[in-house]
Design a protein around this ligand. Structure first.
Ligand SMILES: [Zn+2]
Length: 380
C-alpha cells in the first residue's frame, strides 16, 4: 500500500509539472508529460497517442488504485466490494504498463537532440522516474498467493486429484490467473472457483490465433521499416528517417550505445520474437522431454521482452512534442510510427494467445503407450 500510494503521488507530480524544456539560440519550448500524447493527435496519429497515454499513465494509475482498494480491504480483514474482479485484472494489466520503457525512450530522445539544443529536465521528469521505479517495486511486492488466500480462503484441490499424473488426463487444469487447480467440465471448459477466470484445458484454437496474429504483425513490419518513422524539418529542408535510418544516423553521430539500444529494441526484439514464435508454432507438435524445457524458456523470454520494442514509438512521441513547428526546426511523426506500434501490440497478443502447455503435450514413450493401451479403464 505504501509503495502504491507513493507511486500514485509521484504520477500526480509527473503530470502537473513541466517534463522537459529546451531552447535553441533563445527560442525555447517546454512540454508537459501529457503533451507527448496530445501533440500526436494534432498530427493525425490518434491511435499512437492513445497507446502512449494508456501505457505510461492511465493503465498504471488504474492498477495502483486497484492495489490500494484491494489492500485497504485486506488490511481491515474485510475485503471491499469488487475485490475479486480487481485482483483478477491486476494480473492482466501488468504487461501493458510501460513506464520503465518510456524512461529509456526519454533518455534516447534527449541524447538525440543533446547536440542541437540546451535541455533542461523538469520536476516532472524526475517525478516520472520515481513513479516508474515505485510502480516496478509495487508489482514486485504483490504476493498473489497471499492475496488470493486472504480474499477467498484456503485453496483446496478438487476431490480425487492424484499427484504424479498429468492434470489434463484427470480433467484438471491450473488457473492461469490465481494458480488454483480446478476440475473442468467434460468439454474441457469451466470457470475458476476462486477467481472466476475462464478456464480451458488448452486455449481454444491457440495455434490458429497465434499464426493469424504473427502473420498480421509480419505484414505490419514491412510499412514499419519502409516508411519514415519521423521527419525532421530544419531551415526549410525536410529529412525523413526510417527506423534503420535513425540507427545509422546515431552511429554517425558517434553515439553507438544508443544506436545499439534502438537497434536491439526496434529490430532484434521484434524480428527475434516473430522468428521464435513462428518456430514454436511449427515444432510444438514435435516436442519431447529433451527440448520441452528449453522451448518453454524460449517462450517465456519472448513474452518478457516484447514490450521493450515500444522504445522507438516513445522516442517519436517525445521528440514530436518537444520540437514542434518551431521557426528553426520541427519534427513530425511518420506513418511507420503507427505500423511499428501495431507490430509491438500484435506480437504481444500473439505471445499471449500461444498456449505453452502444448509444448508439454508430449507423445508418450512407446513402452508407456503400450501399457496405457492395455490398461483397463478405471471407474470413477
Ligand atoms: Zn483462478
Amino acid at each position: 500500500m505504501a509503495l502504491a500510494l507513493s507511486a500514485l503521488i509521484a504520477l500526480l507530480l509527473a503530470v502537473s509539472f513541466p517534463f522537459i524544456s529546451f531552447s535553441v539560440s533563445g527560442v525555447g519550448n517546454r512540454i508537459e508529460l501529457s503533451q507527448t500524447a496530445t501533440t500526436l493527435i494534432g498530427f493525425h496519429q490518434p491511435l499512437v497517442a492513445i497507446a502512449v497515454i494508456m501505457t505510461i499513465a492511465v493503465l498504471p494509475a488504474v492498477y495502483l488504485l486497484g492495489v490500494l482498494w484491494l489492500q485497504f480491504g485486506l488490511l481491515r480483514d474485510h475485503p471491499l466490494p469488487f475485490s475479486r474482479s480487481i485482483a483478477r485484472s491486476l494480473a492482466h494489466l501488468t504487461p501493458w504498463m510501460m513506464a520503465d520503457v518510456f524512461i529509456i525512450g526519454a533518455l534516447v530522445s534527449l541524447i538525440k537532440i543533446a547536440g542541437l539544443a540546451d535541455i533542461e529536465l523538469g520536476i516532472s521528469f524526475w517525478a516520472f522516474c520515481a513513479f516508474a521505479l515505485l510502480l516496478l517495486m509495487t508489482t514486485q511486492s504483490i504476493d498473489a498467493d497471499w492475496m488470493w488466500f486472504s480474499l477467498e480462503g484456503e485453496p483446496l484441490a478438487p476431490e480425487g486429484t492424484k499427484t504424479g499424473l498429468p492434470a489434463a488426463e484427470q480433467g484438471l487444469t491450473g488457473c492461469p490467473t490465481c494458480g488454483l487447480i480446478n476440475r473442468l467440465s467434460s468439454q474441457g471448459r469451466g470457470h475458476c472457483v476462486r477467481c472466476h477466470e475462464k478456464l480451458h484445458q488448452r486455449l481454444p484454437q491457440s495455434l490458429q490465433r497465434t499464426w493469424a496474429l504473427l502473420t498480421a504483425s509480419a505484414i505490419m513490419y514491412i510499412p514499419a521499416n519502409v516508411y519514415p518513422i519521423m521527419t525532421t524539418t530544419s531551415l526549410g529542408s525536410s529529412t525523413p528517417s526510417t527506423i534503420i535510418g535513425g540507427v545509422v544516423q546515431l552511429l554517425q553521430m558517434g553515439s553507438w550505445p544508443i544506436a545499439a539500444v534502438i537497434f536491439i529494441a526496434s529490430v532484434i526484439v521484434p524480428v527475434g520474437k516473430l522468428v521464435a514464435l513462428t518456430w514454436l508454432c511449427l515444432v510444438v507438435k514435435r516436442s519431447n522431454l529433451l527440448n520441452a524445457q528449453s522451448r518453454t524458456r524460449l517462450y517465456r523470454l519472448t513474452e518478457f521482452i516484447g514490450r521493450w520494442s515500444m522504445v522507438d514509438v516513445f522516442v517519436v512521441a517525445i521528440l514530436v512534442a518537444l520540437i514542434r513547428a518551431g521557426s528553426l526546426m520541427s519534427i513530425t511523426p511518420g506513418p511507420a510510427a503507427l505500423a511499428f506500434g501495431s507490430v509491438v501490440v500484435l506480437t504481444m497478443l500473439a505471445a499471449m494467445s500461444f498456449d505453452p502447455r502444448l509444448i508439454w503435450d508430449l507423445p508418450l514413450p512407446t513402452p508407456l503407450r503400450r501399457k496405457a493401451a492395455t490398461k483397463e479403464p478405471v471407474d470413477g
